[in-house]
Design a protein around this ligand. Structure first.
Ligand SMILES: [Zn+2]
Length: 386
């Protein structure tokens, strides 16, 4: 798995400890999307200068790397997937194959849909034999493509298992309780990591599809990236150590190799995010323990205000750092929870609405989390009308 296993595509804001990362660690989180227009000019410049990668002329058609639906049925209508007209796979001088946009893409656009080559439930994903078994069921040409995927050469396992763990995405947040697990796809495996990603992974349990949404506007010819890490507060040095160990690469994103003063302050922003996050965690403990005190109401009110102040700070920092995916959505979810604790319905509605926008951008209109928030907002409206 890229990472110590699976790509943590779903950085889980509320959980700062990661055990076995998979690309796109799917938690039940989402992403809110500050459009570029919402950022200051200097921030825009910083973002737009991101990844000015020299692309080699050797481009690989997406179709060559991806599984099309079986062409056996001549009567079947041709299936067009978003990646067919939005993405291409290109060889880069320093990072192997990478995925680039072939046109300008707006935030919230579904850019990639693929049925996994192998998808394993939680109880099976650490079982190398299960990976071998699923691999043996793949058609021979697909096996050949699988064996060309990046291999971090993990120790004490076969190449097939090592490739799986080097490329699979965590699906925990997207499956019904207990199922979790991970999945590997051909094109998703070509999406490289970036600590400031522009795409969000999610897994659609109903259709068994790996999906990627653009979480920011992406200009034509830019690399599509996702965050393999679950945690977004870590320092550059710590991230780089982790990437080396688990994936065998050195991240050269704007946050890791800053070329501007703005990005040189990335570590400072992430440290401040962590402090705000820890304050909220502390507030949670204080809120619960204030339950049995004589001055409960006043104490809890004070704790709620402190938590909301820290969350506002966290929101601001995440937006500045362009971490507009899951971490931001989770911040809004947390804000709504604290606002609910002080019975401030207007604030609950505000934060839930922002969380929903983030979910739409990162996971789509039909995602279960988006639908849940939609229902919650409808309930709030009903209460307000009464
Ligand atoms: Zn990086």
């Amino acid at each position: 798995m890229k990472g110590n296993g699976r790509k943590q595509h779903m950085p889980k804001l509320e959980d700062n400890s990661s055990s076995t990362p998979s690309k796109g660690e799917a938690t039940d989180e989402t992403s809110i999307i500050p459009q570029l227009s919402e950022l200051t000019l200097s921030e825009k410049t910083a973002i737009e200068s991101e990844h000015n990668i020299k692309r080699s002329s050797r481009e690989v058609p997406v179709e060559a790397l991806d599984q099309k639906p079986s062409p056996g049925d001549d009567n079947a209508p041709p299936v067009t997937r978003p990646q067919d007209c939005l993405l291409e796979v290109t060889s880069t001088p320093d990072r192997g194959l990478a995925v680039f946009t072939t046109r300008k893409i707006k935030a919230s656009t579904l850019i990639l849909v693929e049925t996994p080559l192998i998808a394993l439930d939680k109880r099976e994903e650490d079982d190398h034999a299960a990976i071998e078994r699923e691999f043996s069921h793949l058609p021979r040409p697909t096996q050949k493509l699988y064996l060309k995927l990046f291999d971090a050469q993990k120790s004490r396992m076969t190449r097939i298992a090592s490739i799986y763990y080097s490329n699979c995405y965590n699906c925990d947040a997207f499956k019904s309780a207990g199922k979790g697990g991970s999945a590997i796809g051909l094109l998703p495996s070509r999406i490289n990591h970036n600590c400031v990603p522009n795409a969000q992974f999610c897994y659609d349990e109903r259709t068994n599809e790996m999906r990627f949404y653009a979480i920011r506007d992406i200009p034509r010819g830019k690399e599509v990236t996702s965050n393999y890490d679950k945690v977004v507060f870590e320092s550059r040095a710590r991230r780089q150590r982790k990437h080396q160990i688990y994936y065998g690469f050195v991240c050269r994103c704007d946050a890791c190799e800053p070329k501007t003063e703005f990005w040189a302050r990335s570590d400072e922003r992430r440290q401040n995010m962590y402090e705000a996050f820890r304050t909220v965690q502390g507030c949670e403990t204080q809120f619960v323990s204030a339950h049995n005190t004589s001055d409960r109401q006043n104490t809890q009110q004070h704790v709620i205000d402190e938590a909301l102040t820290s969350l506002r700070k966290l929101e601001e920092l995440l937006l500045k750092e362009s971490l507009v995916g899951v971490p931001l959505a989770n911040t809004y979810r947390s804000m709504a929870k604290w606002a609910e604790r002080k019975y401030d319905v207007d604030q609950v509605r505000t934060w839930k609405t922002k969380e929903m926008q983030a979910c739409i951008t990162g996971f789509g209109h039909d995602a279960p989390r988006t639908k849940e928030i939609e229902q919650k907002l409808a309930d709030i409206e009903t209460v307000l009308r009464q």
